[in-house]
Design a protein around this ligand. Structure first.
Ligand code: ADP
Ligand code: NI
Length: 223
C-alpha cells in the first residue's frame, strides 16, 4: 500500500523530529543509523512477494521512530512511548495505524526478544530485519567497535569467554567487542524474518566470519 501525500508529509516531519533527538547521539543510534534502517526497510518491503499488502506508511514511521522510545536512550521508557503517541495524535494518524506503529517499536528490539519472542506484524518484521541487518556486515563491524570504544570495552581478551546464553540483564554488562560477535552478531542471521533479508544477511554473515578469521590470525601472529 503506497503512501498518500498526507502520509508522506507526516513521514517528512517525523524524520525532522527524529533528527533533532538523535542527531548528536554517539552511542551507535545516531540519525545515520535511522536513515540506513529506513532505506533498508524500503528495499525489503519493495522486494517482498506480497509488497502490495504492505503498509508503507507504517513501515516508514516505525523505521524512523524505532529508537525513540528505547531503554538505551531514555531513562523512562513509558514517558518516551507516551511522547511518541502524542506526536502521532498531533499529526492525526488514525488510531489503528498508531497502534500498529507503537506495537512495532515497543517489541522489535533484540534485547526485548531475548526472553520472550514477540510475533510482529509483517511491517514489524520488515523494520526489525532492517535494524538487524544494520548490526551485521561491514557497517555492523564498524558499529560494534564504535560501541565498544564508547563503553570502554576491550577489543579482545582471550581470557574473557563469550556468554552464549544471554539474558536481558547480562546484555548491557561489559564484554569484549570480539565476544559480541559470538554473543549476538553471528546469531542474527538465523533470526531474520523475510526472504529478502535472509539473502542479504547470508552475504553479511560470510563477511563477518572472514573478518573474524583474519582477526584471530593477525592476533596470533599467523600471517
Ligand atoms: P538494538 O537493541 O537496537 O539492537 P543495541 O544498543 O543493542 O541496539 O546495539 C547498538 C549497536 O551496538 C549494534 O550495532 C550492536 O551490535 C552494538 N553493540 C551492542 N552491544 C554491544 C557490545 N557489548 N559490544 C559491541 N557492540 C555492541
Ligand atoms: Ni536501531
Amino acid at each position: 500500500m503506497e503512501m498518500s501525500l498526507q502520509e508522506e508529509q507526516i513521514v517528512t516531519e517525523t524524520a525532522e523530529l527524529v533528527h533533532e533527538k538523535l542527531g548528536s547521539d554517539r552511542s551507535g543510534h545516531d540519525y545515520q543509523h535511522i536513515q540506513r534502517v529506513v532505506t533498508m526497510a524500503k528495499v525489503i518491503a519493495t522486494n517482498e512477494a506480497d509488497a502490495n499488502k504492505i503498509d508503507f506508511f507504517v513501515v516508514n514511521m516505525a523505521a524512523y521512530l524505532h529508537d525513540m522510545a528505547d531503554d538505551k536512550l531514555n531513562d523512562d521508557v513509558k514517558t518516551a512511548q507516551e511522547r511518541v503517541r502524542e506526536w502521532l495524535d498531533q499529526k492525526h494518524v488514525p488510531a489503528g495505524k498508531q497502534a500498529d506503529i507503537l506495537d512495532i517499536i515497543q517489541h522489535m528490539s533484540f534485547s526485548d526478544n531475548l526472553e520472550h519472542h514477540y510475533l510482529l506484524s509483517l511491517e514489524g518484521q520488515i523494520v526489525q530485519d532492517a535494524d538487524r541487518l544494520d548490526a551485521i556486515g561491514a557497517v555492523g563491524i564498524g558499529r560494534a567497535f564504535y560501541y565498544g570504544g564508547h563503553h570502554g570495552d576491550p577489543i579482545y581478551d582471550p581470557e574473557i569467554k563469550p556468554r552464549m546464553h544471554m539474558t536481558k540483564e547480562m546484555y548491557r554488562s561489559q564484554s569484549t567487542v570480539i565476544n559480541h560477535f559470538q554473543e549476538k552478531l553471528l546469531k542474527l542471521v538465523d533470526q531474520l524474518n523475510t526472504p529478502t533479508a535472509k539473502q542479504i544477511g547470508a552475504h553479511r554473515q560470510k563477511y563477518m566470519q572472514d573478518f573474524l578469521k583474519e582477526f584471530k590470525n593477525e592476533w596470533e601472529g599467523n600471517c
